[in-house]
Ligand binder design. Structure first.
Ligand code: B12
Ligand code: SF4
Length: 512
């Protein structure tokens, strides 16, 4: 059969490489986009091809792969199935409008949607969006071929939620895949797009122009931080591909000329022996790429940093989250400030080039002083880069459920929204206060960084300077102190809309 696999983008997370940075290559029709590749559809395409299907991939970050172009291709090629992939809640409006466009072009061709957001909200999506026929819950490698073999009998496809006339039917759940070694490696050539390693924010921050891709070596996480969907997506289980299978893919990527690889694993640092085998394999095979990953600061893998560094791990991102134990505990993080300090020190001691700290601010119960303490803590740590984002609640997380239980969110009516805690939670500081304190915090952090770690700061700026204009670097450094163009109007929980409010209301927290 002929299948269209479409990755629906969140336009805030992609950007065409600006002309001035675009070193002209061979005129092969490929474009350069600052974004992460769509690993979900890249993973599914070769699985379907192995089953004998024809596949065409689309990524809506490409200017010639907008709804109008995909609809035109549908008209010309009449695929047997349109399969859409939706990563996060933020992409749902784009998903709906694409589905509507495709449905009006070809009412008889089934449309299926999958991905993390679809998995968390399957029944509701079908009730809300009449243009979609069914939703795939969970992993697609077995489900999608099964669905294609049973297009006329959706009732027999485990993991499928589908429309039977006016009724929405949820089939039995599909067990998670135990053996992740059985599938072919993702297709990174099928889209005419080169993805650029970057921070595609309102200032173009290109990190490198090396051939870049992502890779997933394991799935899931056994922890349960209150703001994270991964434990419910993975049912709290962690599974992995064997070191040998991972190295086979790495060898292929190396031979194809990839020189920068980002592991999108939820928790790469979980198994000491496996990390060791993968790193030893990279060293033995003399693979030439640099790579990066994310992990917990308390992971056993932290003692594998020497071999990781020797195996060209150049980027490591830790979920630091907060600089006070009180907030770490509130987030159910199960880590201590000492563990954070130890992990970051170790990473720098063993030569990881760029160590990043993810922080969240505006958490429930967090005071101005707590936020400033997070910035002071960040300034003490030997981090190279850091990000302080406001804590948000997405459906499927323990935090979302807490807000439902506290009567702030109506699960039935708010499921497709996401909220900054500082907009809706009276125990969090109001958004304006959080923003003000964040600016103050950044000023302190930048000043301490420049005076206490001038060499580290200089090296970092030099990295940016390789691919960015000085004016853009200055803009990037200035960006924490100005209003972001990405900032959207806050969503309103349904109950606040009922009360006639136009902006979210929270109780004053001046006492904090
Ligand atoms: C890498 C990543 C990113 C990358 C972007 C990746 C990209 N392609 O653009 C970056 C860092 C930019 C990012 C940003 C964001 N992310 Co993110 N991200 C991830 C992460 C860690 C891994 C995704 C991945 O590579 N998976 C590997 C591939 C192989 O898996 P997959 O895409 O899920 O596909 C499989 C199945 O879902 C299924 N499938 C997928 N599509 C389809 C389609 C069909 C038809 C079928 C049958 C099956 C199917 O089959 C595939 C193979 O099994 C996930 C966590 C996770 N484990 O899902 C979070 C995650 C998806 N992100 C999340 C969020 C919230 C965001 C942001 C909104 C955060 C923010 N405000 O900044 C943004 C929005 C980005 C966007 N929509 O473009 C949440 C989503 C929660 C939610 N309810 O919305 C997640 C689950 C993380 C979390 N902690 O909860 N993200
Ligand atoms: S935030 Fe990280 S450690 Fe916490 S549950 Fe999610 S993946 Fe696991």
């Amino acid at each position: 059969m002929n299948v269209f696999l479409v990755y629906v983008r969140d336009e805030n997370f992609c950007r065409l490489l600006p002309e001035e940075l675009n070193i002209p290559g061979p005129d092969d029709g490929r474009i350069k986009v600052m974004a992460f590749p769509p690993l979900g559809i890249q993973t599914l395409a070769p699985v379907l091809r192995r089953e004998g299907h024809r596949v065409r991939m689309f990524d809506t970050c490409h200017p010639q792969m907008q709804a109008v172009h995909i609809a035109q291709a549908v008209k010309e090629e009449r695929p047997d199935l349109m399969a859409l992939s939706c990563l996060s809640t933020t992409t749902y409006p784009a998903l709906k409008s694409l589905a509507q466009r495709l449905r009006s072009e070809a009412p008889e061709i089934p449309i299926i949607v999958g991905g993390p957001f679809a998995t968390m909200n399957a029944d509701r999506i079908l009730r809300d969006c009449p243009d979609l026929d069914c939703v795939a819950v969970g992993e697609g490698e077995e489900l999608l071929p099964d669905y294609l073999n049973n297009l006329g009998h959706p009732g027999s496809v485990a993991g499928l939620v589908w429309r039977n006339g006016a009724e929405i039917v949820r089939n039995e759940a599909r067990p998670i895949i135990r053996d992740l070694n059985q599938f072919p490696y993702p297709d990174r050539a099928g889209l005419p797009i080169d993805y650029i390693e970057s921070l595609p924010l309102d200032v173009p921050a290109v990190l490198s122009l090396d051939k870049f891709c992502t890779m997933q070596t394991s799935r899931g996480c056994p922890y349960s931080c209150i703001y994270c969907d991964i434990p419910s997506l993975s049912k709290g289980k962690w599974r992995c591909r064997s070191a040998e299978h991972v190295l086979g893919e790495m060898q292929q990527l190396n031979d194809l000329g990839y020189r920068s690889i980002y592991l999108t694993d939820d928790h790469f640092l979980l198994k000491r022996q496996r990390i060791n085998e993968i790193c030893q394999g990279i060293i033995d095979r003399r693979l030439e790429f640099r790579w990066g990953c994310e992990g917990r600061v308390d992971a056993v893998g932290v003692d594998q940093l020497p071999i990781m560094s020797r195996a060209n791990c150049s980027f490591l991102a830790f979920g630091v989250e907060a600089g006070t134990q009180k907030i770490l505990d509130r987030l159910n993080k199960h880590q201590t400030l000492e563990q954070v300090e130890h992990a970051v020190n170790e990473a720098k001691r063993h030569g990881i080039t760029r160590v990043h700290g993810f922080f969240v601010i505006g958490s429930p119960g967090e005071t101005r002083e707590d936020i400033m303490e997070s910035f002071r803590f960040a300034a003490r740590l030997k981090l190279d880069t850091f990000g302080f984002n406001r804590l948000c609640a997405y459906r499927g997380t323990p935090l979302w459920q807490e807000y439902v239980d506290r009567g702030i969110i109506d699960d039935e009516r708010d499921w497709h929204k996401w909220f900054k805690c500082s907009d809706i939670d009276p125990t969090a500081l109001p958004s304006e206060v959080v923003n003000r304190v964040r600016m103050k915090g950044y000023a302190l952090l930048f000043a301490r960084r420049i005076f206490r770690r001038p060499i580290q700061t200089y090296k970092l700026l030099r990295t940016f300077g390789r691919h960015m204009k000085t004016s853009d670097i200055l803009k990037l450094l200035w960006s924490p102190f100005r209003r972001r163009t990405l900032t959207r109007k806050p969503e309103l929980p349904a109950m606040m809309i009922d009360s006639g409010l136009e902006a979210p209301r929270r109780d004053p927290v001046t006492a904090l």
